[in-house]
Design a protein around this ligand. Structure first.
Ligand SMILES: [Zn+2]
Length: 248
């Protein structure tokens, strides 16, 4: 058979040159389109739901498999992040009370215009630019992990992939919580609940990811990293944006 993707002559189920499936050489059908969609989302071997489920059960195992080049078992981190962000946008569109806005913290030690602008920036990033917001966090979060756990020799790209998995999982957990909370309480999820859920999962996931070294070496480092992530997400980033580019 001649591969229609790369013109390579081959026998078997997949083209050895570009890995396109032999099935893809036939004409596109409805079955292909629906099948591909269902496969990406539900595939039991490496689909999104399977990856999400494993990131709940054993987050360290999923990320270490990917880092250690077992890359076919789970949805890859970039795809995982994009699917979770799409689910977030859809779920916010369906269940969020738009008139209530996105809940945010007020910092008593800051003037009210700065607080107001931070609130608006948080809302704009969450609702209008969720992917950009995700990327900013994912570029910054690995930095403290890199320095605190330097001894374990994970590089920045490996830590970014890890954070993509954990961040995406937190996004989905928040949407699940919102589906229960918002209709019952009649209001949007408060920031305290979102932060609590995110902190618990991140703590658990980092404990599962960093298995090497003694407990007394790991725990304080994980706590320092967590404090940095929370401070960056809730304070540093919105404060810098509000300070340099006030929205009012
Ligand atoms: Zn090919």
């Amino acid at each position: 058979m001649i591969c229609k993707n790369c013109d390579f002559d081959f026998n078997g189920k997949y083209c050895p040159n570009c890995s396109q499936s032999a099935k893809a050489n036939s004409r596109l059908t409805f079955k292909n389109i629906i099948g591909d969609f269902l496969d990406t989302v539900f595939n039991l071997d490496k689909g999104f739901i399977y990856t999400f489920w494993n990131l709940l059960k054993k987050p360290g195992f999923v990320t270490r498999s990917f880092i250690n080049s077992k890359r076919k078992n789970f949805t890859n981190p970039a795809k995982y992040l994009i699917i979770t962000t799409a689910i977030q946008a859809l779920s916010e569109y369906i269940i969020m009370y738009e008139d209530q806005g996105v809940p945010f913290t007020r910092f008593f030690f800051l003037p009210s215009e700065i607080n107001e602008s931070m609130h608006l920036w948080n809302e704009t990033l969450t609702l209008d630019y969720p992917i950009l917001f995700g990327i900013i966090n994912l570029m910054v979060w690995p930095i403290p992990l890199y320095f605190l756990f330097k001894k374990l020799k994970n590089n920045i790209p490996e830590l970014i992939a890890t954070m993509m998995y954990f961040y995406g999982t937190i996004v989905i957990l928040i949407q699940i919580m919102a589906f229960v909370y918002v209709p019952t309480a009649g209001k949007n999820l408060p920031i305290e609940l979102v932060s609590l859920l995110a902190t618990i999962y991140m703590l658990y996931a980092l404990m599962s990811f960093y298995k090497k070294g003694s407990i007394s070496w790991r725990i304080p480092r994980i706590i320092i990293a967590m404090l940095f992530l929370l401070t960056f997400r809730l304070f540093i980033l919105p404060f810098m944006l509000a300070f340099f580019f006030p929205l009012n």
